[in-house]
Design a binder for this molecule. Structure first.
Ligand code: CDP
Length: 805
């Protein structure tokens, strides 16, 4: 007989499991400056690498003279493509099936491209030596416009000359990479021909950059005595880096240990493999010393991982009363000098084919043409799941344009076209099966909370006041409704470099009833150590405070595909739940033995197994863990451990309804965000406080992208926004107060019903901010204007509409 205090509710609260706004356990070290980032790694005898980079966007490299640099005291080596060629490391494979120069091999294709790698005693000497490397260039014609590129005689990728087939099918031109088509174009064109109304629009989703607080870097340490390479780096996918490093270097995989320590934000920037990683490894092998490479802010903005750069043209067909009948989308995708997009192999334009959005569109077509230009490679999913941001921006702008065409309210147009609750699981025209959703409830809640009708009335009054000359401020009501697609796998559809996109969790319960769990993912600020422990707490009945979470060390963590695309909760979170269930199954047998009843006669109750119908007869998980190690139980192995590799049956489809109310001063072009309401539905909520933090962060990055952040080039291919003086990062000054809200529509296939959330606010936020700007000018005839809506461009829009006369 046992004491039944504390009661069930108190025991449940003590677990700090699902639904608890548990404080982030990571923050103690982050707020006290005790984080351990790549640049904090300091090893005896460590050398420092720095790149000589091309000032030209397109040029032949005639010669590289290292003599003066090598003569500088403290310089140990200067590596060029010639040095890497015998090792076959002067080029490397990209995640998109293309290849990329590690160091310039005969020519350069973008400004900032890596030409030589200087290795020196310290970073200062390395930087001085970079200045002493003499590179002779012969300038070549520069192409920064993908449309011009497809017409030009200039061959950008001479290494591919004559190749009419690429990794994603036929190439139509020497600067063309691939054509990717989804859906039924003939049927879509037929619907467009027959439609009562067709709205057409072209839009440019500008090139931008994830710009995390910490830039990319690595420390390679080759121990020649035992043949083991240890590599610390800012890697969002450490296991994949280990496999790629093994394949490239020939070092057996078990002799490579990759460690992702604390990471200061990723947002897609740290998914790809960069020349710096390869060069630090080679330099360590060559010199026999550890070599550190950490890029500076300008290098980060200029050369690693751009995002977006999609030119999108849409045609949307509808009946006169607003029922959408078909959608046609074509994208010209500027991939820069190498196709280094970070997408699952079979999706060269990522999940752009979610561009039918949250709407029941019977017929659709998507065509994407990838093109080479003289810009940096990348094409990463900046806080989104593989081009979902582009897709959602596209459809949410097309809806607004259609509303203008139909002279209809854009909120109502959305409502009549939403996929209905009873249609889930919903098969989209472009091939996805949406798992669950209740869009109408979310939309109604959002519109009611912000008093949508009241806002429209106020806006109409403002237009009249403006026309009477009583105000110079217009009011915009930005709407967006988004559906994300997160949690890649399933393995049958999604792989990266041939590795299926599952994820994993291994859990070990110690005899005293505390635990350690290791996962194949890696947090970059999302709070995994806090939330994964909560999932496990609810599954195994041990308090989250007694469960340590470890990620990012390939010598200890089970193999996983890493963290990006909001996949951690849908995939590794599911693996954690499944590993927890394995523990519970074994614990049940142990409990039954200890209680001297049949396995089926005990049931799990928060933190214990109790005899059915006799709750006072129980064994806590702590008792069970102790017994697992200390008592011989017939037919049961000692110990309490489990591992789960989880291949998700489907993606999860979080969604949300956002409203932004904005005042715009037409004379200065300055927008003032008066209100931002964000309703997110990510299924079962693990930690509401962390979700809120994710929403705040995602919205702030959305504000940045919509209202000013861009990587822009001049005609010569010079990066015009390569410093934080020019590249917009919002501060507390620009960021409004966000109101967050939620509905809960669990995923039917995820073990705990959770969907991802980290990227949703970015995906939904960008069109919402942009729609607010555009909506302010709707009454004056604006149909569409491209982002980023910085003050100058907003002023220009007002001017073009004659509002300054
Ligand atoms: O892959 P990534 O960690 O970037 O994204 P995520 O899976 O959306 O998770 C971001 C953070 O939000 C993690 O700490 C999750 O555990 C947490 N989260 C949550 O508390 N509830 C959800 N339904 C989804 C995520």
């Amino acid at each position: 007989m046992n004491d039944l205090t504390p009661d069930r509710e108190e025991r449940s609260a003590g677990l700090k499991g699902l639904g608890c706004s548990r404080k982030r356990v990571e923050d103690a070290r982050f707020t006290q400056g005790k984080g351990n980032y790549v640049d904090d790694v300091k090893l005896p005898g460590m050398l420092h690498g720095d790149f000589v980079r091309s000032p030209y966007a397109h040029a032949r490299v005639v010669s590289v003279n290292k003599d003066a640099a090598l003569a500088l005291d403290g310089v140990v080596a200067v590596l060029t493509a010639e040095d890497l060629a015998p090792l076959n490391l002067h080029w490397m494979p990209t995640l998109a099936g293309d290849k990329q120069m590690v160091l310039a091999d005969g020519k350069v294709l973008f400004q900032g491209q890596e030409v030589a790698f200087v290795v020196a005693r310290d970073r200062y000497v390395a930087a001085d030596a970079v200045e002493l490397v003499e590179v002779e260039y012969e300038e070549l014609p520069v192409i920064t416009d993908p449309f011009e590129s497809l017409k030009s005689d200039v061959v950008l990728r001479e290494d591919l000359a004559g190749q009419t087939e690429g990794p994603h099918g036929p190439r139509k031109h020497h600067n063309h990479i691939f054509t990717w088509e989804q859906g039924d174009e003939t049927a879509t064109n037929q619907v467009l021909d027959d439609a009562e109304v067709v709205a057409t629009e072209s839009m440019y989703y500008h090139r931008t950059h994830p710009c995390p607080l910490e830039t990319c870097g690595s420390v390679a340490s080759m121990d020649k005595v035992n043949g083991k390479l240890t590599l610390w780096g800012t890697f969002q996918a450490p296991h994949v880096v280990r496999t790629v490093a093994s394949l490239l270097s020939g070092i057996e995989e078990h002799n490579i240990r990759v460690i992702s320590p604390d990471i200061g934000g990723g947002f897609g920037n740290k998914v790809g493999v960069y020349p710096g990683y390869v060069c630090s490894i080679v330099a360590s092998i060559v010199t026999g010393q550890p070599v550190k490479w950490v890029e500076d802010r300008m290098e980060n903005l200029m050369s690693t991982a751009f995002a977006r750069d999609y030119w999108m043209t849409g045609k949307i067909a509808a009946t006169k009363d607003g029922k959408i009948t078909g959608l046609h989308c074509h994208v010209t995708a500027d991939h820069g000098g190498f196709d280094a997009c970070a997408d699952p192999t079979k999706f060269p334009a990522g999940f752009m084919n979610i561009c039918t959005g949250s709407y029941d569109i019977p017929v659709a077509y998507l065509g994407v043409d990838g093109v080479y230009t003289n810009k940096a490679p990348g094409g990463v999913s900046y806080r989104c799941s593989f081009r979902v941001t582009e897709a959602v921006y596209f459809i949410e702008r097309m809806i607004e344009v259609l509303a203008i065409e139909l002279d209809m309210d854009a909120a109502e147009l959305r409502r009549i076209n939403f996929i209905k609750k009873e249609q889930f699981p919903y098969q989209s025209a472009l091939g996805w099966e949406y798992d669950s959703g209740d869009y109408h409830t979310a939309w109604d809640k959002a519109l009611k909370t912000v008093d949508y009708e009241g806002l429209r009335k106020e806006q109409a009054d403002r237009v009249e006041a403006f026309k009477r000359g009583e105000t110079r401020k217009l009011m915009g009501v930005g709407l967006s409704f988004f559906t994300e697609i997160v949690g890649a796998g399933p393995v049958k559809n999604c792989d990266i470099l041939g590795m299926g996109m599952f994820d994993s969790c291994e859990i070990r319960i110690h005899p005293t009833g505390s635990a350690i769990a290791r996962l194949g993912t890696i947090s970059q600020g999302q709070g995994h150590a806090t939330t994964f422990a909560q999932i496990l707490a609810s599954e195994i009945g041990i308090s989250a405070d007694n469960i340590a979470i470890e990620e990012g060390d390939t010598d200890t963590a089970p193999y996983g595909l890493g963290t990006y695309g909001s996949r951690s909760t849908p995939v590794a979170g599911a693996a954690a739940a499944m590993a927890g269930r394995k523990i519970r199954a074994k614990a049940q047998m142990i409990a039954a033995y200890l209680l001297e009843v049949h396995d089926d006669d005990v049931e799990f109750d928060v933190d214990r197994f109790a005899v059915k119908g006799a709750p006072e007869r129980f064994k806590t998980m702590k008792d069970i863990a102790y017994a697992a190690y200390n008592q011989a139980i017939p037919g049961i192995e000692p110990g309490l451990e489990a591992v789960s590799y989880y291949d998700p049956p489907n993606m999860t489809y979080p969604f949300g309804a956002y409203v932004c109310v904005m005042d715009i001063d037409v004379d200065t072009g300055v927008p003032e965000i008066r209100r931002f309401y964000a309703l997110d539905d990510c299924g079962t909520r693990i930690n509401p406080m962390i979700i809120e933090g994710q929403v705040h962060g995602g919205l702030t990055e959305a504000l940045a992208v919509a209202l000013g952040q861009e990587i822009s080039y001049d005609k010569m291919g010079n990066v015009k926004t390569g410093t934080l003086m020019d590249f917009f990062l919002p501060t507390a000054w620009e960021v409004p107060n966000y109101e967050t809200d939620h509905t809960v529509t669990p995923s039917p296939h995820h073990p705990i019903g959770a969907k991802g959330v980290g990227e949703s606010p970015h995906v939904g936020g960008v069109p919402c901010f942009s729609n607010a700007v555009q909506d302010a000018f709707r009454a004056f005839g604006l149909r569409h204007t491209n982002m980023p809506h910085d003050h100058w461009r907003i002023w220009q829009t007002a001017n073009d509409l004659g509002l300054h006369e």
